[in-house]
Design a protein around this ligand. Structure first.
Ligand SMILES: *Cc1c(COP(=O)(O)O)cnc(C)c1O
Length: 223
């Protein structure tokens, strides 16, 4: 794609998001995190050049390569994948903007402990498995609220901002919608939560209709 083609393509996606969010409310603002796992430095640079700055990676090693290569740009890095405990130190050293994927108490405690040691804090979302799928990470919806409260009170160096989930893997819109509705109703129960991260390339308009205010878009942007 030339940069003009890329800009026009990005504009069509922004337009779709705009229409979806206005159907919710004039005041419903939706943030885009570009899931850049499919691409390298140059594609990220060109998306930055047309005005985008929030990028998400799901592997710490890949994130490190891109953070280092793009150090000259004021990018906002989101960690969106499953975090292995042995990668915690490396992730913290990259100073990401936010981690979306706190999926166990053990991980929350371990992150908090290392953050304290480094004198840092980190914005974080707690992941819920609202699709009830074995293959997905995240807390069971029934245990979500208590767990969130526990992490908030016991892990002061994690700045909890809200919830993340991946929509049900299904061809049935109703099934996907149900998973988003479960996530959004949990989001609404969290005091002071700001971020409801749900919606990917195949389902972001539905996610926004269900109340998402952050979509993570990969293939639709880069493929
Ligand atoms: C890759 C990825 C995305 C984006 O997926 P697409 O379907 O390509 O838009 C969103 N969230 C997570 C956690 C991902 O790993």
């Amino acid at each position: 794609m030339t940069s003009l083609e890329q800009k026009l393509h990005f504009d069509t996606i922004i337009d779709r998001i705009e229409k979806a969010r206005l159907r919710v409310s004039d005041h419903h603002i939706v943030k885009i995190v570009a899931a850049s796992k499919y691409v390298g430095e140059s594609e990220i640079r060109s998306l930055y050049n047309i005005g985008h700055r929030a990028f998400g990676e799901n592997k710490v090693q890949d994130m490190k390569i891109k953070v280092d290569a793009l150090e000259d740009l004021p990018l906002e890095w989101h960690f969106i994948g499953t975090l292995q405990k042995n990668k915690i130190n490396q992730l913290i050293s990259l100073n990401p903007y936010m981690i979306h994927s706190i999926d166990s108490l053990e991980l929350a405690y371990a992150l908090n402990e290392r953050l304290i040691r480094e004198g840092k804090t980190l914005r974080a979302l707690v992941q819920v498995n609202s699709a009830y799928e074995e293959s997905k990470s995240g807390f069971h919806p029934d245990e979500f609220t208590d767990t969130y409260t526990q992490i908030a009170s016991e892990c002061p160096n994690l700045q909890l901002m809200g919830i993340m989930s991946i929509g049900a893997h299904s061809d049935e819109i109703k099934v996907i919608q149900k998973s988003f509705e479960i996530t959004h109703s949990l989001f609404e129960k969290i005091p002071n939560a700001a971020v409801c991260s749900m919606g990917m390339s195949s389902d972001f308009e539905l996610a926004i209709a269900c109340g998402s205010n952050l979509v993570r878009l990969g293939s639709i942007l880069f493929k």
